[in-house]
Design a protein. Structure first.
Length: 197
């Protein structure tokens, strides 16, 4: 009967160490996936931001023409997409609650801009200049409101992509390390109890 207790302790400790190791490996994989998504989204947003200054100049000029009741010449724009965001939507939660919410909000604002601009490009020839001016004013407002937010979000995504696993999981790592040490000491204790004298 005395040999059952150390064997039970050894078995329980081994199971706990195995479970803890599996948990850490899975958590680390999710952390690395989150880092990759953050870096990719930061790159995609930087690319979008590069086109904003020239785009803003162009559409501000168009709005001036429309406000003077002049017609503009604008080809119909095809559907635009954000391929990295669209491929990462299911995993955006790996960024954490706050960052995921900011990413979703900003990409929805980008979608709103693209929808408004596409409506303008498709219907401006048939509609009165004041209607087109309202749409283009909405586009300008979306850029003005969200450009500063986008810059801050890009910085946050870059910080997240370069963060350290251990530093971001300090409490969790301390708890897992403590449990592992307790289990290993239980294993050693069981080993010495079972060892023949």
């Amino acid at each position: 009967m005395e040999s059952i207790s150390p064997a039970l302790i050894a078995f329980t400790a081994a199971v706990l160490v195995g479970f803890g190791s599996h948990f850490i490996v899975e958590d680390y994989r999710r952390f690395r996936d989150g880092q990759a998504i953050a870096a990719a989204l930061a790159g995609e947003l930087r690319s979008i931001m590069l086109s904003l200054p020239e785009l803003l100049i162009s559409i501000t000029g168009m709005k001036g023409m429309l406000d003077n009741l002049q017609h503009i010449s604008l080809p119909e724009m095809p559907d635009q997409s954000s391929p990295i965001f669209e491929k990462s939507t299911e995993k955006v939660g790996l960024l954490g609650v706050d960052l995921a919410g900011e990413v979703a909000f900003l990409y929805d604002q980008i979608r709103a801009f693209r929808t408004s601009f596409q409506l303008l490009s498709k219907h401006h020839a048939k509609m009165a200049p004041p209607w087109s001016s309202l749409l283009i004013g909405r586009c300008i407002q979306l850029i003005d409101t969200n450009e500063p937010k986008a810059k801050i979000l890009i910085e946050k995504l870059q910080v997240h992509s370069g963060s350290s696993y251990i530093m971001s999981r300090r409490v969790g790592m301390a708890v897992i390390s403590g449990i592992t040490l307790i289990c290993l000491s239980g294993l050693l204790g069981a080993f010495f109890c079972v060892r023949p004298t």
